[in-house]
Design a protein around this ligand. Structure first.
Ligand code: IPE
Ligand code: IPE
Ligand code: MG
Length: 259
């Protein structure tokens, strides 16, 4: 448990020019399809292609973690035929893409409440995770039936199950190992496509100090060039983690002197 990445509210993380961890809300599939007079689900299909390109681009750039929101705990509210299409697409994607991910040394993880998926999909998720578990070029995490509130709740429950004495009092460090993303550093950059500026119950705890980037580009049209724009925006930000700009400049000056 001591090997877990540090929490940004406890220790100031090291900042790298290329974000180590990018989290994405892939939004706008339905509107992309509608603009082309196609059914919404055609947008989801094209969304898989956009994801493929972004995964490749991240791997090439040396991003260590890419976490994408594929299906929220609230997306069950959609029409039944759209939900069922998404489940089938998910299964198809696992069946078709996992071998390629594995060849490219990509580790696949799925986070979210799996109890609502059918047995076949559940099994495919488990097989994909097992096959790719020791890969290390990039960790691709797919959030499916995921909700940020669910994650906080399940973490507290799991912690208390394992350490009932903590019911009296516990710390951030006690809780941290139980989050779905506990082995990843907190996201450096969050991207939401599709024009909405909200979190929609994605990673709530982990986005505490993440840089947020919103674009009107619809997810199926998001490519390497769009990703580079997001990263360029990130690289212009000053990540202060509560400190002043002057403090950061002083530290940078000291580093230059020591070099
Ligand atoms: C995101 O695109 C994909 C999922 C939520 C599964 P949407 O389907 O939300 O597309 P819009 O927002 O309706 O355009
Ligand atoms: C968020 O998109 C979830 C995913 C992209 C999977 P939504 O389209 O469901 O979000 P809202 O409903 O517009 O907030
Ligand atoms: Mg949407």
């Amino acid at each position: 448990m001591t090997n877990l990445p540090p929490s940004s509210t406890r220790i100031i993380p090291d900042i790298t020019s290329v974000p180590r961890h990018i989290a994405v809300i892939m939004d706008g599939n339905g509107r992309w399809a509608k603009q082309r007079l196609m059914p919404r689900v055609a947008g989801h299909q094209r969304g898989v292609e956009a994801l493929r390109e972004v995964v490749k681009a991240c791997r090439d750039m040396g991003v260590e973690y890419l976490t994408v929101f594929a299906f929220s705990s609230e997306n069950w509210r959609r029409p039944a035929d759209e939900v069922s299409f998404l489940m089938k697409l998910f299964l198809k994607m696992l069946e078709r893409e996992v071998a390629k991910l594995h060849q490219n040394d990509i580790r696949l993880k799925i986070i979210g409440d799996r109890s609502r998926f059918d047995a076949k999909l559940g099994q495919a998720m488990q097989d994909a995770e097992r096959l790719t578990a020791s890969n290390s070029a990039l960790t691709l995490t797919i959030a499916a039936n995921y909700g940020g509130r669910w994650d906080v709740m399940q973490a507290v429950k799991a912690m208390l199950k394992e350490q009932p004495q903590l019911v009296q009092s516990f710390t951030e460090e006690d809780l941290q190992p139980f989050f779905s993303m506990s082995d990843a550093p907190e996201p450096d950059l969050f991207i939401r496509t599709g024009g909405e500026q909200r979190i929609s119950n994605f990673l709530l705890w982990q986005l505490a100090y993440t840089e947020l980037y919103f674009t009107d580009t619809l997810w199926p049209a998001f490519d390497r060039i769009e990703l580079n724009k997001a990263i360029a925006s990130y690289q212009k930000r000053e990540r202060r983690f509560g400190r002043t700009s002057e403090q950061l400049q002083r530290n940078a000056g000291q580093r230059d002197q020591n070099a």
